[in-house]
Write a protein that binds this ligand. Structure first.
Ligand code: GDP
Ligand code: MN
Length: 441
């Protein structure tokens, strides 16, 4: 079972927090990592985690008293010029020009550049703004840089790591710290798990000062930095709680040559299910950074995540969607997406769902797996027939239908005269879909 679920999850491997959570928790628990990975993927499937930019995360953290370098966002070259000029005029020894995209690894990809004077800052701004930045998290196509953060440079002494995530195995938040900051933390967790210190937080008691102090000592901070660090860590925890975050990560968390502490980078993801009570945070969403198909799907309240396979899935219920992806994998295919049309999808939603599935050029077959409960099978069938006609669907459609009004549903498909293939069981339908996709490829 675990293996089956893990297979479906491989499709989610592009998700940063999933990977981090998986490695960090698995590594630090010294257990087989596979049970953890599907939980995070399932979470991503049923509840999206909204991402924001580094500059936005730093603005939030600053409100909680977390020290961040002085700086401002710039949407155009002229704005970047003005910010750099201002920082130098105020005495900055240098500025760092940072690409703002919803992905990490920007430094390695050429999206973070330090400048000692205004001319260099302008040169970097010109080069980075508008570039297609490729990092290990963007995929090979990269992400277009539409914003910059221009900050005063820090006189870095050490680069450390801080992170707060929910550990589902223990059902508590975990505060993590490591001396191996500034690099890919997934790698640290995989190769040297002992290099990550963690404090499990009891929700009834909160994050204790003693825990913060223990982490500060483990990081090898100087005596003069310990109290600052305790305040820093506690502010970070407070920010996590009060914003209903699902991930807070500071990589690197730095010490400076004059013994100060700063969040040099900042990443915050939010639990979508709590966004209704944070209108200010919801407003920070930048759809330009998201997959266009996922943005389109969210307009119709469809729970859609694009993946790289060739078999599109249309399913009702997140659990069934996970199982469907698993069975496609078992049958030798690859899912092109996760799509949960919900328990009570309307005909209109089903049509939109089809449009979204079909605009993915990698799709070679569609597998519709519906258990009719609140969403009756006949209504689904009517929606499918109408959408297939309207959109002139050419790719093979394979269905597996069960539940309320299943006979009526099958009849509607038969009477349509369209070429639907129906599998008697989930397994059979999956096999037909995999075969159809392979023939079409
Ligand atoms: P990421 O690569 O997307 O995680 O971006 P970061 O914000 O973490 O920046 C990457 C690296 O750039 C950091 O680990 C630092 O080594 C370097 N960097 C960022 N800001 C500064 C700065 O103000 N001064 C110096 N010297 N280096 C910086
Ligand atoms: Mn970073």
């Amino acid at each position: 079972m675990v293996k089956a679920r893990t297979m479906a999850i491989n499709g989610f491997a592009g998700c940063l927090s999933a990977k981090i959570l998986f490695w960090l928790i698995a590594a630090s628990n010294h257990c087989d990592p596979s049970p953890e990975i599907h939980l995070e993927a399932a979470e991503r499937a049923v509840s999206f985690n909204m991402k924001i930019h580094e500059y936005q995360a730093k603005q939030i953290l600053a409100r909680y008293g977390v020290p961040v370098p002085k700086g401002e966002v710039a949407n155009t070259f002229e704005e970047a010029q003005a910010v750099a000029r201002k920082l130098f005029a105020e005495g900055a020894p240098g500025v760092v020009v940072k690409a703002q995209i919803h992905a990490g690894g920007r430094g390695k990809g050429g999206g973070v550049k330090v400048a000692k004077n205004r001319e260099d800052a302008e040169l970097h701004a010109k080069n980075i703004l508008g570039m297609q930045l490729i990092t290990h998290q963007t995929g090979p196509q990269g992400q277009k840089v539409q914003r910059l953060l221009i900050e005063e440079t820090a006189n870095i002494d050490r680069e450390l790591y801080l992170g707060i995530v929910l550990d589902r195995a223990v059902g508590k938040l975990v505060f993590m710290a490591s001396q191996a900051g500034g690099m890919e933390i997934e790698e640290v967790a995989a190769k040297t798990p002992e290099a990550i210190y963690k404090a499990v937080i009891d929700p009834a008691v909160g994050f204790g000062a003693w825990q913060a102090r223990k982490l500060a000592f483990a990081l090898g901070l100087k005596p003069t930095q310990i109290n600052q660090a305790v305040t820093f860590f506690q502010s970070l925890y407070k920010a996590f709680l009060e914003t209903d975050a699902s991930l807070v990560e500071i990589n690197p968390f730095i010490t400076t040559k004059d013994d100060k502490l700063f969040a040099l980078d900042a990443k915050i993801n939010f639990d979508d299910n709590a966004l209704f009570r944070h209108a200010d945070i919801k407003a920070l969403r930048d759809t330009a950074e998201e997959d266009p198909l996922e943005v389109e799907a969210s307009k119709y309240e469809l729970n859609y995540i694009k993946l790289d396979g060739s078999i599109a899935c249309m399913v009702n219920g997140a659990g069934l969607a996970m199982a469907t992806m698993d069975i496609i994998k078992y049958s030798g295919g690859n899912p092109a997406n996760f799509l949960d049309v919900g328990g009570s999808a309307s005909q209109e939603q089903i049509e939109h769902a089809f449009e979204i599935l079909l605009s993915d050029k990698g799709v070679k077959a569609i597998f519709i797996n519906i258990f009719g409960g609140i969403l009756r099978v006949d209504r689904l069938a009517t929606g499918v027939v109408s959408a297939a006609r309207k959109l002139n669907v050419k790719v093979p459609i394979v269905l597996r239908l069960e539940g309320t009004n299943v006979e009526e549903g099958r009849q509607i498909l038969k009477d349509s005269g369209l070429n639907f293939q129906v599998g008697a069981t989930m397994k059979e339908a999956a096999e037909i879909a995999v075969k159809a996709a392979k023939e079409a490829a």
